[in-house]
Write a protein that binds this ligand. Structure first.
Ligand code: ARG
Length: 596
């Protein structure tokens, strides 16, 4: 047994093995140098390739020469169950962990914590830092009757990931879809529906039909201003809550949501609340206006009421117009967002609210966040805009993409054709339709989350659906390969309980140790993602793990290993690796496949 360690505040060895190792390193340093255990701990970083952990000595700002300080740590050093060695290189101290303890502790923790939590995510890697706190995450938010563009796809993918991430860190997450289900375009559709609408088509595919109607009536409106007048009248009636104007609209909304739900299910994405611009209460918008008036925040400019945000460079050219710029008094996107945020706070009492919206709307979000701040709402500082860059060039083989189901179908289709090229393999796949769709969707998601959110990228079916390189299909393949070990070695199953497995042989194999080390980093990888709101760290982790496994494949063999004790230990390692790879994929909202 490794010796017991002191407990450093804000660490939790029961959920993160590396907290123990960092503490062990910090303990030695704090005993050799005039720093506290906590100070030393905060200096322990991951090392570069081949080094487990590193401390940069200058960060402690201690008197004396760096070499002397390092010498003190080195001369006192004796290897123990936690730390095997320390070396000194310029300003750095490099530590290697005791391999046997490392492998043992990591695999035991993975094994003990791999079961699924209530939210269907594996527990290993998760933490409870958000316990008792509530976050609203608003994402996807397509506009009914308009096209679902890649911006909405990105919001859907990133938002689903963030929701899983917050849940994994103990937060109570409200997954919210804020539909663009209101605005003058609905007046236009109402006008057009009388001519072009069909109940039958609507039932079949509401999203597509409403879009068609919208396109037609929009065209008509271009040449005939009466249509616009008519549309404005309709929308005014809707805003005034006139039942006759709302009946149809309600059906459109409901049937669109139904259709969307099917597609979200395919994407492994879900929502707790279908909110929408239509649902922002007028009273909240009025209350907001009253408050702005009382606080003297409204001024007149060029005949409109505005909140001047020039001071914050949020509208020196385009000033913030509030609230009723249209002569007919209907609400606008901005006023609905202001009223909506207040309403949500009253209803949910959130600790944080995240809007996953394209960077094209940076100004819009900054403006309404600022207005809420000026209104002295203490919670305004807890609003966060998670933005992302543009995507170019998404089209299908048939042409432009307008709907989400086209994206899903194309991903599945391209993947299907590709798999079919390997006839022998293809014949062995039980349900090629589902499998190709899952892999296709994985490809789309991985391409989207592989780099920092703010980066633009070009949609490329061939690249994202290739089995070569760091792609979604490669990740699924890595998982399937791990999943097959059990099937190929049934005589080793079921594995005895971990206590019965001797893992020391693994510690002696570099490739096996590398895998164990990576598995140990996963709880930290999750913590970093929570800080940065980036999925790319999780994606990188998944690929590093897949590569480490693939490097181990030739040497750390299971089939053909005659020493049963060793074979079992390796199987245990691979099972743990597979579980953690699956955990990372699930966190990214990807369903890991068992066979393909
Ligand atoms: N429906 C909007 C659009 O497609 C996105 C909504 C973003 N969320 C918000 N609270 N404004 O552009």
């Amino acid at each position: 047994m490794a010796s017991t360690l002191p407990l450093v505040p804000d660490t939790d060895p029961s959920t993160c093995v590396f907290d123990s190792f960092r503490t062990a390193i910090a303990k030695r340093v704090s005993e050799a140098l005039p720093v506290t255990l906590e100070q030393a701990y905060s200096g322990v970083d991951y090392g570069k390739k081949g080094v487990d952990f590193t401390i940069a000595l200058p960060r402690f700002k201690l008197p004396g020469k760096i070499d002397e300080l390092a010498g003190k740590v080195l001369s006192k050093f004796e290897p123990d169950d936690w730390v095997a060695s320390v070396t000194h290189d310029k300003a750095f101290l490099h530590f290697q962990l005791n391999s046997e303890t490392l492998v043992r502790r990591v695999l035991d923790q993975v094994h003990a914590r791999i079961h699924l939590t209530e939210s269907k995510l594996p527990e290993y890697g998760t933490n409870t830092s958000g316990k008792g706190k509530k976050v609203i995450i608003e994402y996807s938010s397509p506009n009914i009757a308009k096209s679902f563009h890649v911006g909405h796809l990105r919001s859907t993918i990133i938002g689903a990931f963030l929701s899983n991430l917050y849940e994994s860190c103990g937060w109570d997450v409200v997954r919210m879809n804020y539909l663009g289900d209101w605005g003058t375009q609905f007046g236009l559709i109402a006008t057009g529906f009388e001519k072009y609408g069909s109940r039958e088509e609507l039932e079949k595919d509401a999203i597509k039909h409403l879009f068609d109607v919208y396109v037609k009536v929009n065209k008509e409106a271009e040449g005939d201003s009466n249509v616009k007048v008519e549309a404005a009248k309709w929308f005014k009636q809707m805003e005034d809550g006139e039942e006759a104007a709302l009946t149809n609209w309600r059906v459109w909304r409901e049937l669109s949501i139904k259709k969307y739900e099917e597609q979200y299910e395919r994407l492994n994405v879900k929502f707790d609340v279908y909110n929408g611009e239509s649902m922002v209460g007028k009273e909240w918008q009025d209350k907001a206006l009253d408050r702005l008036n009382e606080m003297g925040l409204i001024s007149d400019a060029e005949g409109a009421k505005i909140v001047d945000l020039a001071k914050w460079k949020l509208g020196s050219a385009v000033r913030y117009i509030y609230p009723h710029p249209r002569t007919d008094g209907t609400s606008i996107y901005l006023t609905r967002d202001i009223g909506g945020a207040i309403e949500r706070y009253e209803k949910y009492n959130f600790d944080k609210m995240i809007y996953v919206v394209s960077s094209q709307q940076d100004l819009h979000l900054a403006q309404f966040f600022k207005v809420l701040e000026l209104m002295d709402f203490p919670w305004a500082k807890n609003l966060l805009h998670v933005n992302y860059g543009l995507v170019q060039g998404m089209s299908t083989r048939k042409g432009t993409v307008v709907f989400l189901d086209q994206i899903i179908k194309e991903a599945a289709g391209v993947m299907y054709d590709q798999m079919k090229q390997n006839e022998e393999k293809f014949a062995a796949v039980e349900d090629p339709e589902t499998v190709s769709r899952e892999i296709g969707i994985t490809g789309v998601k991985i391409q989207d989350m592989a780099a920092k959110r703010i980066n633009n990228y070009t949609f490329n079916w061939d690249r994202m659906l290739s089995f070569e390189g760091d792609t979604g299909p490669y990740l699924q393949y890595a998982h399937v390969r791990l999943a097959s070990i059990g099937r190929k070695n049934p005589e080793l199953l079921p594995l005895p309980s971990p206590g019965q497995i001797n893992t020391n042989s693994l510690a002696a194999m570099q490739h096996a140790r590398d895998i164990a080390f990576l598995l140990g980093t996963y709880p930290d990888v999750i913590k970093v993602a929570l800080k940065t709101h980036e999925a790319s760290g999780i994606v990188t982790f998944a690929f590093r793990l897949s590569h480490a496994i693939s490097s181990a494949w030739e040497t750390v063999i299971v089939k053909g290993e005659e020493d049963l004790e060793k074979a079992r230990a390796r199987m245990f390692l691979y099972e743990c690796a597979r579980d953690v790879l699956a955990a990372a994929m699930r966190l990214l909202s990807i369903r890991p496949l068992e066979r393909m």
